[in-house]
Design a protein around this ligand. Structure first.
Ligand code: HMG
Ligand code: MG
Length: 311
């Protein structure tokens, strides 16, 4: 097992897409800046999806433009990698115009979720990816892929492993550099994670696999640990455990970044993130979205000598 992992920050996309209070672009840029100051190297900064479908992601182009200005001025580290979610060619055109160097495409492992989330079948979604991949190649843009509902679908229930394996191979053949295996509704358990990732490793190199666990049933940390023990080193998480998917009924937020960092640091596994800064961000984000966040460590802080708690 590697002694370091990479955490891909989802707060600004998967996190905010499910919030009632829509944050303005300046607040989103400040969110990104604080994440970077806490050591975050990979951030999904927004989504070029339809504003009618996900109004929270409107203004993504402005957020990117303002963040790029901060990078240019030296206020934000140049080492940061921003990615943006795109569902189709139109989204990809917007991404190119925005100047991002990475995008993420997403497909479901259940037809009903695909229809509810992007209004097309799984096959149609893969057809939409062809022009996206061609444009990515032309413009030298890295592409990450998500597979959603890998462990269960809010409309269809259990999803067969064989289908996930087939779609992971299909996504891999498209040429994405990494495939994030999504537990969209936080239904997976350790048994399922071990079983699926053992099989996935045989069809996609493990270094190209990432874990994307929502914490709906409190299993996300255990699932991450199980995947890590099988050689997975990249995990998606969102500050404070923000978010969920507006088209996945019952889905709550991603596993909280602070909780994942606490677990890995406790095991001596490096994340490159500053836990205290993340904990301090928790209350800042909670104030902006006007409700407390579900993160455990982020909420109570960590124990310090003499019984003091860092908040
Ligand atoms: P549609 O209505 O079928 O699209 O939506 P359409 O092609 O018929 O176009 C309708 C209108 O949308 C047109 O505008 C298009 O120009 C426009 P109008 O003529 O009506 O003015 N349009 C767009 N506008 C902005 N950006 C675009 C775009 N494409 C078309 N890219 C569509 C299809 C895919 C656009 C829609 O269903 C959509 O935006 N869905 C996004 C849903 C979403 O963002 N869900 C959450 C993210 S996925 C997730 O959270 C899971 C994940 O975290 C992993 C996990 O947890 O498993 C990644
Ligand atoms: Mg998600």
């Amino acid at each position: 097992m590697k002694k370091s992992v990479v955490i891909v920050e989802m707060g600004l996309r998967d996190g905010l897409q499910n919030e009632k209070n829509v944050l303005d672009s300046d607040t989103r840029v400040e969110f990104a800046k604080r994440l970077i100051e806490a050591g975050t190297k990979r951030v999904e900064i927004g989504a070029f999806v339809s504003a009618k479908w996900v109004p929270q992601m409107a203004g993504t182009a402005e957020v990117i433009a303002k963040t790029h200005s901060l990078v240019k001025s030296g206020a934000i580290s140049k080492k940061i990698e921003f990615s943006v979610l795109v569902p189709n060619e139109r989204g990809m055109q917007d991404a190119i115009e925005s100047g991002v160097k990475e995008v993420a495409i997403f497909a479901a492992c259940s037809e009903s979720f695909s229809l509810k989330n992007i209004n097309c079948t799984i096959d149609e979604s893969f057809k939409r990816f062809e022009p996206v991949m061609a444009l990515a190649k032309k413009h030298k843009i890295k592409v990450r892929g998500y597979l959603s509902t890998c462990f269960g679908c809010p409309f269809e229930g259990k999803v067969p492993e064989a289908r996930v394996l087939k779609l992971a191979q299909r996504m891999h053949k498209l040429g994405v550099y990494e495939i994030s295996i999504g537990d969209t509704i936080g239904v997976a358990d350790v048994g399922q994670v071990e079983s699926l990732f053992k099989k996935l490793k045989k069809v996609v190199p493990v270094k190209k696999l990432a874990g994307h666990f929502h914490d709906t049933r409190g299993q996300a940390l255990a699932n991450i640990l199980a995947a890590y023990k099988l050689g997975v080193n990249v995990f998606d998480a969102s500050l404070g455990g923000l978010g969920g998917c507006p088209y996945a009924p019952g889905a709550t937020g991603n596993v909280a970044t602070e909780d994942v960092v606490y677990m890995f640091h406790g095991m001596g596994v490096k994340t490159g993130l500053n836990l205290d800064k993340l904990i301090q961000m928790n209350s800042w984000v909670a104030e902006k979205i006007r409700h407390p966040l579900p993160a455990k460590v982020g909420k109570v802080g960590r124990l310090m000598p003499l019984g003091k708690v860092v908040r």
